[in-house]
Design a protein around this ligand. Structure first.
Ligand SMILES: *Cc1c(COP(=O)(O)O)cnc(C)c1O
Length: 396
């Protein structure tokens, strides 16, 4: 194929309201509350981060990072299999295994890489990978890269997954799902998926990026919420840049699974180890997650408060009881106008558009955090209820 002019492609994205833009921010904390300012602008309340427990700016977590940096340096210097595997990585892996109740855990640099690594290690040509239609892009990319055939079943539909397993001529080796869906906030039908995967002797891979730390009585995520064991869901993936407030990811499972990934997961093998200060910060965050259950209770209470007020204000809610509370708006253009209206009112809520979400389902992805105040949540709902773009009213 010949080189295509990129300016035309970019102009087309702009025309369809699908061009993405980065905003450079400065984040700071005021009264334990995360605020951001865009360069030269005023402070905004961030209602789009994944910092559900308010740990990204926790002084002890940040302190652990700088203490470790002065002790062990900024960089790891090499991959884990060469000389980059440090004591902070090793301890964090042990602590994550204990936290998730599994034999071992393996750190990855990012959740994206963990998902690529797991699926490409467990599936290959001539085999089948089954995915929920709304799974995170990294699970889809892992399936593509694995060379296996992959099928996507209707979102949240365990019966459709089961039918696909029954009908397939290839051997299904992996059934992969988000635990909590990142753009919708709903929880996967894990007990049914676990049963189906077990009956077909496929690996159930649960990516609990948005569940760990938040869901379950002790923050052990969507599996804890359903009372599922490692036998039901043998491959658990967690990310550390969300509720844990730092960066990185891990896979937890049996000793053999982890040993196999160390041998076979290319995104684990061929990359520099995460800096040890990041692992040290995560260790501290993991401690806080376990010692301060009030953070989990608080984000839940704020979520309930948001939903109740939103219902009263006629804000269209999705079927989610997690801190991810999308406000469905439909068109990308409407979502962008709504985002701007909220910005003008001092709230940063990002419009999520295709291809991140299906066409016609652009939304504001509101996320709640233990770091928000009741007043901030109430003020946000109040503004959402009066969005001009929703009422098609003429503002000003
Ligand atoms: C954020 C996310 C990832 C990617 O994790 P990173 O550590 O940010 O690369 C993977 N899966 C899901 C469901 C996510 O929401």
């Amino acid at each position: 194929m010949k080189r295509q002019p990129l300016d035309a492609a970019l102009a087309e994205l702009e025309r369809r309201h699908l061009k993405r833009r980065r905003t450079t921010v400065e984040a700071f904390v005021e009264h334990g509350n995360r605020l951001v300012t865009m360069t030269g602008g005023r402070a905004l309340v961030d209602f789009s981060s994944n910092d559900y427990l308010g740990l990204a700016h926790h002084p002890a977590v940040a302190g652990a990072m700088s203490e470790c940096a002065s002790r062990c340096g900024a960089g790891s210097g090499a991959s884990h299999l060469v000389t980059g595997h440090g004591i902070e990585h090793a301890r964090l892996e042990e602590e994550l295994a204990a936290f998730t109740g599994r034999e071992r855990a393996l750190l990855f640099s990012t959740g994206y890489m963990a998902n690529l690594g797991v699926i490409t290690a467990l599936a290959g040509r001539g085999e089948l990978v089954l995915l929920d239609r709304l799974n995170h892009a990294s699970l889809i990319d892992g399936a593509l890269l694995s060379g296996a055939r992959f099928r996507r079943y209707a979102h949240g539909d365990a019966e459709a997954a089961e039918r696909a397993l029954d009908e397939s001529s290839e051997e299904a080796v992996v059934v992969a799902t988000d635990g909590v869906f990142s753009m919708d906030g709903d929880v996967a039908p894990l007990p049914q998926l676990a049963r189906a995967a077990k009956a077909h002797r496929a690996w159930l891979v649960v990516d609990d990026a948005h569940g760990l730390g938040v869901l379950g009585a002790t923050g052990r995520g969507s599996l804890e919420q359903f009372g599922l064991s490692s036998d039901d869901a043998p491959v658990l993936i967690g990310t550390l840049g969300k509720a844990f407030g730092s960066f990185g990811a891990f896979v937890a499972g049996s000793s053999d699974l982890i040993e196999f990934l160390i041998q076979r997961a290319r995104p684990y093998i061929y990359t520099t180890a995460l800096p040890q200060p990041v692992a040290a910060a995560t260790r501290r965050a993991l401690e806080v997650v376990q010692r301060e259950p009030w953070r989990r209770e608080r984000v839940r209470a704020l979520t309930a408060r948001f939903r109740e007020a939103a219902r009263a204000a006629d804000v269209p809610l999705a079927d989610s009881n997690t801190p991810i509370q999308p406000v469905m708006l439909g068109s990308s253009q409407t979502a962008l106008v709504a985002q701007q209206e909220l910005l003008d009112a001092g709230f940063w809520v990002v419009a999520i558009r295709p291809p991140t979400v299906p066409r016609g389902s652009a939304r504001l992805r509101v996320t709640l955090s233990a770091a928000h105040s009741e007043e901030q949540v109430d003020a946000l709902v109040e503004k959402l209820g009066r969005l001009c773009v929703r009422q098609q009213a003429v503002c000003e």
